[in-house]
Design a protein around this ligand. Structure first.
Ligand SMILES: Nc1ncnc2c1ncn2[C@@H]1O[C@H](COP(=O)(O)OP(=O)(O)OP(=O)(O)O)[C@@H](O)[C@H]1O
Ligand SMILES: [Mg+2]
Length: 364
């Protein structure tokens, strides 16, 4: 169960329906300590924005409770919530200058003029936009507007910041710069952040923990490395990172390892994650970089599969090779571009294998 006593943000069995029939959030339990950077990641329509809106108090939960520092959000008036927000369409006030945009949330909070000016300049400094105080939003580039939106969300030193795809509209390079700036700022200022994105790289690189959403539920909530290396179900394995999937039936379970007979007839080694009995169908998941084709690097008794090289792609830092394995043409392996690394050639026959612990037998 979630420990909602010590949590700064807590969702307790939250459900949400807009029409009184369909639940778009089904059973949400989440508990965040102060200062955490948590990302909600998931496909379109999985309920991420809805959760953010409920946390901001713009939507009410149909069932359950949302607590901020132990107090139900319903009982905290909007101006006392102390929540900074950045949305995808940054919505700066077009008729106000940059400085006026930033000053606005401070005026609402009845902060005096000299203090306002000081805070505005400091917030602009945080996003390196001091020289743009006098401009109107229309006179700024998209990335600059995004920085101002960020500064505006931080200017009143909120304890909690909610961001809904704040970098959605930006090019890759600017995105990466701002990803770095946002996490740095959040950690420096000790801000608790709930960040929404459907970009998994962004989620993995920025967050302390990631909540993977699907179908109105959190499918897994874990730190990035755990999410990537130990997905708890097939959805998460597929959604996070590149993944190879093979299907078959469990034929042996022995402690931490199991044997799976693939539909192609081949036998492989795996960790039983979501399977408990011999005879159960399973989908096994193996990451491209954990596949080995150098027999010497495998356990002597490891099972191996015959594979035909279909395509070799040189990507600079890594080589990405597509194989035909156990009835699929979509099996991918990745190897580091090291001086002694073999460059496989289409048509070549190889033997692949892995450490049993790198291959996870999940739900079928
Ligand atoms: N105001 C609304 N009235 C009715 N249904 C809504 C409303 N807002 C969202 N929904 C529905 O609720 C579900 C969840 O929507 P939500 O906006 O939370 O998804 P999301 O995870 O943020 O998706 P995206 O990645 O596309 O932004 C969707 O099926 C959506 O159609
Ligand atoms: Mg959304």
């Amino acid at each position: 169960m979630v420990d909602t006593q010590s949590a700064f943000v807590a969702f307790e069995r939250v459900q949400k329906s807009y029409d009184g029939e369909v639940l778009v959030v089904k059973d949400l339990n989440l508990s965040m300590p102060k200062g955490e950077f948590l990302t909600m990641l998931g496909p379109s329509g999985s309920g991420k924005t809805t959760c953010l809106m409920m946390l901001a108090g713009f939507e009410t939960a149909t069932h359950g409770d949302i607590l901020l520092d132990g107090v139900s959000i319903n009982n905290i008036p909007p101006h006392k919530r102390g929540i900074g927000m950045v949305f995808q369409n940054y919505a700066l006030f077009p008729h106000m200058s940059v400085a006026e945009n930033l000053s606005f949330p401070l005026e609402v909070r009845k902060i005096g003029k000299s203090e306002r000016e000081e805070k505005v300049m400091r917030a602009l400094g945080m996003v390196q936009m001091q020289d743009f105080a006098g401009r109107r939003p229309a006179q700024l580039s998209g990335g600059q507007q995004q920085r101002i939106a960020l500064a505006r969300a931080l200017v009143f030193e909120p304890e909690l910041v909610l961001m809904d795809e704040p970098l959605g509209a930006l090019d890759k390079q600017l995105r990466e710069t701002l990803q770095f700036e946002i996490t740095n700022l959040a950690h420096e200022l000790g801000i608790t952040t709930v960040y929404v994105t459907h970009d998994q790289t962004e989620a993995l690189t920025m967050s302390d923990r990631v909540a993977v959403f699907d179908d109105g539920r959190i499918q897994q909530l874990a730190p990035p490395d755990q999410l990537y290396e130990q997905p708890e179900n097939s959805f998460v394995a597929q959604f996070i990172g590149e993944n190879n999937t093979l299907e078959g039936v469990v034929t042996k379970i022995k402690g931490d390892t199991c044997e799976v007979k693939l539909d192609s007839g081949d036998i492989i080694d795996a960790v039983p994650v979501n399977v408990s009995e011999v005879g159960e169908r399973t989908r096994v998941s193996i990451r491209p970089e954990r596949v080995e084709f150098n027999r010497e690097r495998l356990h002597a008794d490891a099972h191996t599969l015959k594979a035909e090289v279909l395509e070799f792609i040189y990507m600079g830092d890594i080589f990405r090779t597509r194989l035909r394995v156990a009835g699929t043409d979509e099996f991918v392996i990745k190897t580091r571009n090291a001086p002694d690394q073999k460059r496989l050639k289409p048509g070549e026959m190889i033997e692949i294998g892995w450490m049993a612990e790198d291959c996870r037998a999940l739900d079928a």
